[in-house]
Design a protein around this ligand. Structure first.
Ligand code: NAP
Length: 283
C-alpha cells in the first residue's frame, strides 16, 4: 500500500509554475489572482489563506477582497465587473459557499470565462465536456495530476465516483472518462452503493460525510482518492474515507490532510498562470 503524498506532488507542480512565472515576469507580465471572500466562514478563511500563500510562493500578485456578510448581490457583481476589466488581474475566484441570500450561479456567470480559473463558468464547463478547454476545475484536475505522478493508469479501469456536485463529482467523472476509464457516478439515490463501490479499481469519494467509505465498500488492491474535508466526532479534520480501516486494502490511498487539498491549490496556480499567458497573447 502506498500513501499518495499530495503535498509532495503539489510542491512539484508549484515549483514548475514558479519557474514559468519567472520567465513571464521577465517579459513584463506578473500573473494576478483576485480572491473574493464574503462573510467570515472559518473553513473558507483557511482556504483563502492557503491560496494567498501559494500565490506568494510562485511569484503571483494576489489581491484579497473581504466583503461583509451583509454584501448585496449588486455590490458583489459590481466588484466582479471591475475585476473583469482590470488588466493586472488574470484570475478571479469567489470562495464558495456564499452567505445565504447571495446567488452563487449569478456570480459564477458574471466572472469572465477568460478569468474563470476555477473553471465553474458554464462556458468552461461545456468546453470540458467536449474536451476542448483552457482550464480544468482545480480539485478533479489535481486528482488526475496525482494519478499521473504515481503512474496510475485510468485506461480501461472501473472508476466509481461518489458524489455528483458541479465542482467535484461531475467533472471528476468526465476527466476519468477522458482518460478511458469506465465511469460510474453515485449519489444519494444510488441503490446498492456498496456493491458498486466494491467493484471499483479507482474509487473517488466526494460525499462530505466523515469516514463514509468503510473497508467493506472497497475492493482489495483498489486506488482510493479521498476528496472529503470533514470533521470527526472530536472535531478533528478527516476525510470521507475511514482511512485507518481502509488503507490496508488499497494499492494507493490519499490521506486527509495532505492528499487532494494541496493539489487543488496547485492547479489553481497552474490555471492562473495559463490565464495570464492567454490574456497576453501567449500560448
Ligand atoms: P456536495 O455538493 O455536498 O455533494 C455531495 C455529494 O454526495 C452529492 O452529490 C450527494 O448526492 C452525495 N451523497 C450524499 N450522501 C450520499 C450517500 N449517502 N450516498 C451516496 N452519495 C451521497 O459536496 P462537494 O462540494 O462535492 O464536496 C464533497 C466533499 O469534498 C466535502 O467534504 C468538501 O468539503 C470536500 N471538498 C474538498 C476539496 C479539496 O480541495 N480537498 C474541494 C472541494 C470539496 P445528491 O446529489 O443526491 O445529493
Amino acid at each position: 500500500m502506498t500513501i499518495i503524498d499530495g503535498k509532495k506532488v503539489s510542491a512539484q507542480v508549484k515549483e514548475q509554475v514558479a519557474v514559468e512565472t519567472k520567465e513571464l515576469i521577465s517579459k513584463g507580465i506578473t500573473p494576478g489572482l483576485a480572491v473574493i471572500l464574503v462573510g467570515e466562514d472559518p473553513a473558507s478563511r483557511v482556504y483563502v489563506n492557503n491560496k494567498k500563500k501559494a500565490c506568494e510562493l510562485v511569484g503571483f500578485k494576489s489581491e484579497e477582497f473581504n466583503l461583509p456578510e451583509t454584501t448585496s448581490q449588486d455590490e458583489l457583481l459590481s466588484l466582479v465587473e471591475k475585476l473583469n476589466n482590470r488588466r493586472d488581474i488574470n484570475g478571479i475566484l469567489c470562495q464558495l459557499p456564499l452567505p445565504e441570500g447571495l446567488d452563487e450561479n449569478a456570480v459564477i456567470e458574471a466572472i469572465s470565462p477568460l478569468k474563470d480559473v476555477d473553471a465553474f463558468h458554464k462556458q468552461n464547463v461545456g468546453r470540458i465536456m467536449i474536451g476542448d478547454y483552457d482550464f480544468l476545475p482545480c480539485t478533479p484536475a489535481g486528482i488526475m495530476e496525482m494519478l499521473h505522478a504515481y503512474n496510475i493508469s485510468v485506461d480501461g479501469k472501473k472508476c466509481v465516483v461518489i458524489g455528483r456536485s458541479n465542482i467535484v463529482g461531475k467533472p471528476m467523472g468526465m476527466l476519468l472518462l477522458h482518460e478511458n476509464g469506465t465511469v460510474t457516478i453515485c449519489h444519494s439515490h444510488t441503490k446498492n452503493l456498496k456493491e458498486i463501490t466494491s467493484d471499483a479499481d479507482i474509487l473517488v469519494a466526494a460525499v462530505g460525510k466523515p469516514k463514509f467509505v468503510t473497508a467493506d465498500m472497497v475492493k482489495n488492491g483498489a486506488v482510493v482518492i479521498d476528496v472529503g474535508m470533514d470533521r470527526d466526532e472530536n472535531g478533528k479534520l478527516c476525510g470521507d474515507v475511514d482511512f485507518e480501516n481502509v488503507k490496508d486494502k488499497c494499492s494507493y490511498i490519499t490521506p486527509v490532510p495532505g492528499g487532494v487539498g494541496p493539489m487543488t491549490v496547485a492547479v489553481l496556480m497552474k490555471n492562473t498562470l495559463k490565464a495570464a499567458r492567454l490574456q497576453n497573447g501567449l500560448k
